[in-house]
Ligand binder design. Structure first.
Ligand SMILES: Nc1ncnc2c1ncn2[C@@H]1O[C@H](COP(=O)(O)OP(=O)(O)OP(=O)(O)O)[C@@H](O)[C@H]1O
Ligand SMILES: [Mg+2]
Length: 207
């Protein structure tokens, strides 16, 4: 299974979510590959910082990504692609490469509008392949604005479904990444760990 965590918008949590889902997958005993399709290289840095060698990582930042990955699909139980929107040809390839597209969205009106750019690229890719897409709301806060944005997201239909699992703004997401750990390794009983586990289960359908 290949999951692309992608958005044309910067700073929405693509790398945080891709790295944490990779950790969940590995903890579940699945052979896991993390592919960094963003020249910024955040997921590669995460792997570089990680002490355990359970998760393999590599960079593919060319528009042949969907072809190059074919061989790896036979070897890995789960491949996570961290896809930035800096290069639309690469991003399109990362979408075509996946079985499921996960689009992180921040709960604000600007971010909801910005999600339309990602949707346009998804629609182009859907000309080649049926790709289910899901929105995950990230950096939720207990504010009226966030609640309204979440309501708007849940009413959003057609191109993608908003997942029930959402991630709140929590320091564990930042503190764990710098140690090369997922939130469930950093604080197994913490709320961030619960959120990531729920997201992993919902997006993969795996227990
Ligand atoms: N739920 C969260 N709670 C707290 N901080 C978060 C959360 N999600 C992401 N962050 C922080 O927000 C910043 C952006 O997250 P991240 O780098 O994962 O986004 P990105 O979409 O990969 O960004 P870029 O477009 O730069 O690649 C990081 O500093 C990260 O630690
Ligand atoms: Mg990133």
């Amino acid at each position: 299974m290949v999951i692309t965590v992608g958005s044309t918008k910067g700073g929405v949590g693509k790398s945080t979510i891709a790295c944490n889902l990779a950790v969940e997958s590995s903890l579940a005993g699945i052979k896991t590959l993390l592919v960094d399709a963003d020249i910024q290289g955040s997921s590669l840095s995460f792997r570089g910082t990680r002490e355990t060698d359970d998760i393999q990582a590599m960079a593919i930042t060319t528009p042949t990504l969907h072809k190059d990955l074919k061989e790896f699909e036979r070897v890995y139980g789960l491949i996570l692609i961290d896809a930035g929107g800096r290069e639309s040809a690469v991003f399109r390839s990362a979408i075509v490469a996946c079985d499921v597209l996960l689009i992180p969205v921040l709960p604000s009106q600007y971010d909801l509008w910005a999600a339309n750019d990602t949707i346009k690229l998804l629609q182009e890719a859907r000309a080649y392949k049926d790709i289910p897409a899901y929105f995950v709301i990230n950096q939720v806060t207990n504010t009226k604005i966030a609640r309204e944005a979440i309501e708007a997201m849940q009413g959003f239909s057609g191109d993608g479904k908003t997942l029930k699992s959402a991630l709140f703004t929590r320091t564990a997401y930042k503190s764990s990444i710098v140690l090369g750990k997922g939130v469930s390794e950093y604080e197994a009983r913490g709320k961030a760990a619960q959120e990531i586990r729920a997201l992993y289960r919902e997006i993969t359908g795996r227990r």
